[in-house]
Every structure is written in C-alpha cells, then in structure tokens.
Ligand binder design. Structure first.
Ligand SMILES: [Fe+2]
Ligand SMILES: [Fe+2]
Length: 336
C-alpha cells in the first residue's frame, strides 16, 4: 500500500501542529454526555430477556469462525485434514479471536484509561477526559464479560475446556517496547500509542464477524454487540490522540511520532505462536509443518488491516511532516 504524503524532513515543531483541539474537546464532552444512551452495558436487561431467543442458543451444526481468517487456510496439509479436525481448528480460531480481544481490553486499553484517570498524560487531565476514560473502562469490562461468556459456551460445546493459549504478539511486543525505555513517561506513551492504534483497528477486527450470517449466531451477536461500543471508542481515541499530541513537549512529540506506527505491525501479526500451540493441543496432523510453512510466507500481514485511519491521524497531527515521524512510518512499511 502506497500512501501519498508530504515528505518534508522538518524536525517536529510545536508550531507545525495543526490539530483542532477545541473541536476535539467539544466532541469528547459530547461523547461522554451520550454514554448513558449509547453504551451496550446499559442494554443488559433487554439482552437477558432475549437470552432465550433462537439467536442466543448454540447451534452445533454451525461453524464457530470464518475459514478465510485462518492464516494457513490454503496449506495442503490443512486442506487434506479430516473435516472434524478442520471444524475444531475453526473453534480454536474463535477462542483465540476472543482471547485476543480480552488482551486488548485488559492489557492495552484499561491501563491507558487508568493513566488518563490518574492525570498522568498531558492534554487529557481535564474532567471530561477523565469521565470518558472511566466510561470506556466500564464498556471494556462489559466486553470482557461478553467474550468470556462466549468462550465458555464454545469450550463446553466443543470439548475445548483445557485449551490454553500463550500471550498474543500485540501485548508481548508492546511490553517489549516499554521495557526498552527506563523513563516512565516513555512507557506511558507506548501504552497510549498502542491503545490509540488498537481502538482505531478494533472496529475493523470486529466487523470481520459482526455481520457474518454463516457462523454461529451467538458468536455473531456477541461480536455485533461489542462493535456498537467500539464505533464510539474509535472516535474517542482519535480525539484523545489529538488532545495529547498537541500538549506534548517537543521531545515527547518526537518519541510519540516514532512509536505510533509500531502497533500497526504488532496488530497485523497473524499470531502463529498461538496457532501452533492450539493445533498441537488438538492433535492436528503436521501442525508444526503447517505453522513453519505459513511463517515463511507471512508473519505480519499488513494487507489484512486497513491502517488508513492511522495514516490520516498521523497527517492531522503533523507527525508525517516531521523527519522522525516520516522515517518511522516508512520503516514500518506503512508508506513509501
Ligand atoms: Fe471493547
Ligand atoms: Fe474499546
């Protein structure tokens, strides 16, 4: 993907930051005010009442996940495996999709919200930002509950109660990046950048299943419910990013510009270590070969994620007009 952009190599300067902060603040206040009407957690009673509907019951004949989302879907050893095992791999895919969602909520978004609530991030120390971070924490806690429930149902019906997954690449790489820096402010900005990119991407990630009428109806409904909140979070985190960036020092802006593209690649990781462990646990034939061959093809698949909103954000912040920002986005393969 080639993105046409200005390639000025001017260093980051506060004066070239053309972010409309007043608009972002007004929008954040509106989003915080609307939380009671839009938040899906407020609809719990209605959902409980519909829990007995057909849509909420498990249909063993339906597949749990989409075949085209498996990174090794075209590998000959996968295609020639018994149908029952292929179906079990799809159930594993659904569980991994959900556990990655839990990782995003609990290890990426929640700590970022807590930094805002504790007023540790420049530009978002105001009461509206605090409230919106608190609202987001409630949303994400509800999403974890939704996802844990969906996983438990799948594990029970598919005899996958003992399936164990390692950490996901997104969190591992974020923690590795944080550990490279001694300064607490750098660790916080890595966390914030990862949260911003994740919240920009998570709607697309959920859209992959939210409208799919072929998969298990309960799974589709779970993802659809989650997506309705994440559409709001998408806007919230874009506005938070603008408020934060405009209030960073020049040194902090340079660091943020260098970090921002990295989570795009972390998010695009196809999680082969997780897949390898899952396929081994369900005794999938030639699991190691399937994973090894797929790793040789592609481990980070940027085509799978639409990062145009991250590029748009970087442009709006002025990150791509700076030498460190333009270099880091080019190094991440996000534009040439
Ligand atoms: Fe969420
Ligand atoms: Fe979210």
């Amino acid at each position: 993907m080639t993105i046409a952009t200005k390639t000025s190599t001017e260093p980051v300067s506060k004066t070239n930051t053309s972010v409309d902060i007043s608009h972002s603040r007004i929008l954040l206040e509106k989003l915080a005010y609307n939380w009671h009407t839009r938040a899906q957690v407020g609809q719990v009673r209605k959902k409980t009442e519909s829990a007995l509907s057909d849509e909420m019951s498990f249909d063993p004949m339906r597949e749990d996940f989409r075949l085209d989302l498996l990174p090794f879907k075209e590998h000959p050893d996968f295609l020639s495996a018994p149908l029952e095992l292929k179906k079990k791999a799809l159930s594993c895919g659904w569980i991994a999709y959900n556990e990655k969602t839990i990782d995003i909520e609990a290890r990426v978004i929640a700590p970022a919200c807590n930094h805002i609530i504790y007023r540790e991030i420049p530009g978002v120390e105001d009461s509206a930002s605090q409230l919106i971070a608190a609202d987001t924490l409630v949303d994400e806690a509800y999403h974890i509950q939704l996802v844990v429930n969906a996983c438990n149902i799948t594990r029970k019906h598919r005899q996958l109660q003992d399936l164990r997954l390692p950490s996901f690449a997104l969190v591992k790489q974020m923690e590795r990046e944080k550990s490279r820096h001694a300064e607490p402010w750098k660790k916080r900005l890595v966390q914030m950048a990862t949260a911003i990119v994740s919240e920009v991407f998570v709607s697309d990630y959920l859209s992959l299943l939210a409208y799919d009428k072929e998969i298990q109806p309960l799974n589709r409904l779970t993802v659809y419910t989650h997506l309705r909140d994440e559409k709001a979070h998408h806007s919230i985190f874009l506005q938070l990013a603008k408020c934060i960036y405009a209030n960073l020092s020049v040194e902090e802006q340079v660091f943020f510009a260098q970090v921002l593209p990295k989570p795009v690649r972390w998010f695009a990781d196809v999680e082969l270590e997780v897949w390898g462990m899952m396929l081994q646990q369900i005794d999938f034939p030639n699991a190691q070969k399937i994973i090894g061959d797929t790793a040789a093809d592609t481990e980070v698949d940027l085509i799978r994620v639409d990062y145009s909103d991250v590029i748009k954000l970087a442009k709006e912040l002025g990150v791509l007009d700076s030498a460190p920002g333009a270099d880091s986005f080019a190094k991440a393969g996000l534009f040439s």
